[in-house]
Ligand binder design. Structure first.
Ligand code: DHB
Ligand code: MG
Length: 247
């Protein structure tokens, strides 16, 4: 039933359709994200292709939005970060934002559990021309960062924690061993549709987030805040923390 004006079902346009959003959102939240995304933030073809490729990963559509990716890039630049560590690569969407922000002399080390995801990410990083400044460590992130700690790697200037949430407290512990006073720490997905306030939650992801909040609150060497967000990814938020200068 196709004619000159109706694209065939297998036309290229279908490849450009973003993955179906699996987060509850409202038309208004989406419209505002789209407005700022269209006016302030440029998602180039390499990033769009990366976002679309996330449907082939083990967690489709879990990548940050363009607006959030831009925030990560701005934080890297504002902090003057040259060395960035990321927990959770998936298709490499946030990795590309981070890698572009560190510049040609910077580097991003990103931890990914799944070999297939890492392969997808590698292709995306190449397309974005940043693969030379990114190292993907494949395997359980706690093993990878243990190796980094044992090898006495230089401290990271910014760490983005965005992997499996139950392990967040352990990722924070490792982060504290891999950073220096002044380093910036960002923790994604800490609101989870408001579930974070439920102290009796049995959801291991919520418990992981709450334990991380408690650990940050109890650590005199960290200053932090948490910001709620709404948008195409629903109701969520992030923690922004910084290691204080005092010993
Ligand atoms: C989840 C993880 C993410 O990194 C994300 O951005 C959204 C959801 C999750 O574990 O559910
Ligand atoms: Mg996330």
């Amino acid at each position: 039933m196709s004619d000159a004006t109706t694209p065939a079902p297998n036309a290229k346009a279908s490849c450009q359709t973003p993955p179906i959003n699996r987060y509850p959102t409202t038309a208004q939240w989406r419209e505002v994200d789209d407005y700022f995304g269209a006016t302030l933030v440029t998602e180039d073809e390499a990033l769009t292709a990366t976002r679309i490729s996330s449907s082939a990963t083990t967690m489709p559509n879990a990548e940050v939005t363009a607006n959030q990716g831009s925030l990560l890039g701005l934080l890297v630049k504002i902090a003057g970060a040259r060395r960035v560590l990321e927990f959770g690569t998936l298709a490499g969407y946030s990795t590309i934002w981070l890698a572009r922000a560190v510049g040609p002399f910077g580097c991003v080390v990103t931890c990914e559990l799944d070999e297939g995801n890492a392969t997808i990410a590698h292709t995306n990083l190449e397309r974005a021309h940043v693969s030379e400044r990114v190292e993907i460590l494949v395997g359980p992130a706690l093993d990878s960062v243990r190796d980094l700690i044992d090898s006495g790697t230089e401290p990271f200037d910014l760490v983005f924690i965005d992997a499996d949430k139950p392990n967040n407290p352990a990722y924070l512990d490792a982060t504290l061993q891999l950073t220096r006073p002044g380093s910036v720490i960002v923790v994604d997905n800490v609101v989870r549709d408001g579930a974070v306030v439920r102290s009796d939650s049995t959801d291991p992801r919520v418990r992981g987030v709450r334990a991380t909040v408690d650990a940050i609150a109890a650590n005199p060497h960290l200053e932090a805040t948490a910001i709620q967000t709404v948008g195409v990814k629903g109701w969520d938020g992030f923690i922004l923390a910084r290691r204080t200068e005092t010993p």
